[in-house]
Design a protein around this ligand. Sequence first.
Ligand SMILES: [Zn+2]
Length: 86
Amino acid sequence: MTTALSDRCPRDGCDFLPILVLIDGSALPAVHCSDACADFTWLERALADAPSTSETAAALEGLAGLRRLLDLRQDPSDIGPLLGGE
Ligand SMILES: [Zn+2]
């Protein structure tokens, strides 16, 4: 089976490799390097589709701060999932 381990995490500015997830006993690369990047990409997309209101603007500002935090990580697991597990 070929795996695309050289593919970087698709989040802008992220250079980590996707994490491996265990599916039916085989380790396969996930799309993103971490839950944080997957959640960030999801939030970014959700906001891109949202009507532009002052709330969206505030959320975008928060997202920019989050992006800086994610870019500063030494390891993908430094920041856990952004959207709690509940
Ligand atoms: Zn990433």
